[in-house]
Design a binder for this molecule. Sequence first.
Ligand code: UTP
Length: 410
Amino acid sequence: MITLNDAKKVLSEYGQEHILKYYTELDQSEKEELLSQIELIDFSVLDNLKAENSFTAARGTFAPLGAVTIDDIAKNKEIYLNKGIDAIKNCKVAAVLLAGGQGTRLGFDKPKGMFNIGVNKELYIFQCLINNLMDVVKQAGAWVPLYIMTSEKNHDDTVNFFKEMNYFGYDSSFISFFVQDMAPSVSFDGKIYMEGKSRISISPNGNGGWFSSLVRAGLLDEIRDKGIEWINVFAVDNVLQRIADPCFVGAVIDSGLQSGGKVVSKADPDERVGVLCLEDGMPSIVEYYEMTEEMRTLRDENGELAYKFGVILNYLFNVDKLEAILNNKLPIHVVDKKIPYMDENGDLIKPDKPNGHKFETLVLDMVHMQDSCLAYEVERNKEFAPVKNATGVDSVESARELLKENGIEI
Ligand code: UTP
């Protein structure tokens, strides 16, 4: 393990000497716990706080990207459906549920998927997702392998919950869990927070690391052995999420493109959603805050918004390409979050508004590593009910309304 002197050296290089403030008060095992955390942390993420290294400073030239629209899809439904069902039947499609986030905005202290969105009956977010996937299993007559990414913080709760709920009727031999990596959290002035005298505050490092974490967990061999070619990655918090959607899978296969992303039409130019577009000729996602006024309001020859198709965190990637880009570095995003921390008096404080930054890589940046991506338009009210907040926009309330609208008993 790293020595105290080496730890001091690395901490002083990054201006983080306060981490050892209580070191002399700690007992032997606490000292070891702290030193081993220091050893494991990649302090170079802190360099992303410097303005010149910020991700937004490094973007290329954007251009709009069209989509296969709801109308196009209706016309080709049979073809897409057959190709998709075929791929699923032949075990060429797996799904990855990104459930490593902390869901700080929802303010629920268990994994987000354990949230009961039901009103008159119990209906957990995980259950909604499994029910949706079961529709496909029934349609295709084959189980879809499901890989669930957790984090150190929520792994045990998640696994135990699935067991306790008997996997909501899914065949458990088709479900595997794997754990993602962590990164330190810092205050707005760049000092790493402590959670206790011997514990550095760390949090999941974003959903972009899902494939490398899956590989590290040894699951790629299994994926290869099963002959899986396509992976559908999706977020935990959209309770209307269609998973391994045969029509989407079939459309991507039929297009001959390397990947696909589900999109919804933006309701108005100022909607806060990332848009699938081209960046220097390659597929990419531009975040709403990166768009200029001109990009936001630009119209095409039909009077439609040119940057029109917002992503809903549902992508289809090809396993060969994922392997080829495995060692490519994803950009690190510095995001503002509520971070519990130990104050001057040694008390643990749970802030009610963002008090610092976390460092995250994002799955959407993988899209820019693809040679091509099919934007596949879906109906917002049928497929997009995100649970981000307790109330208001993208909330428990709005998701409940949408579940009801889609005939799901809650
Ligand atoms: P969000 O960007 O909504 O983040 O995640 P979050 O941490 O869940 O929630 P807030 O921002 O703190 O309220 C989008 C998806 O990515 C997953 C989440 O579980 C969700 O499915 N995710 C996010 C991870 O799997 N790992 C992460 O480190 C972050």
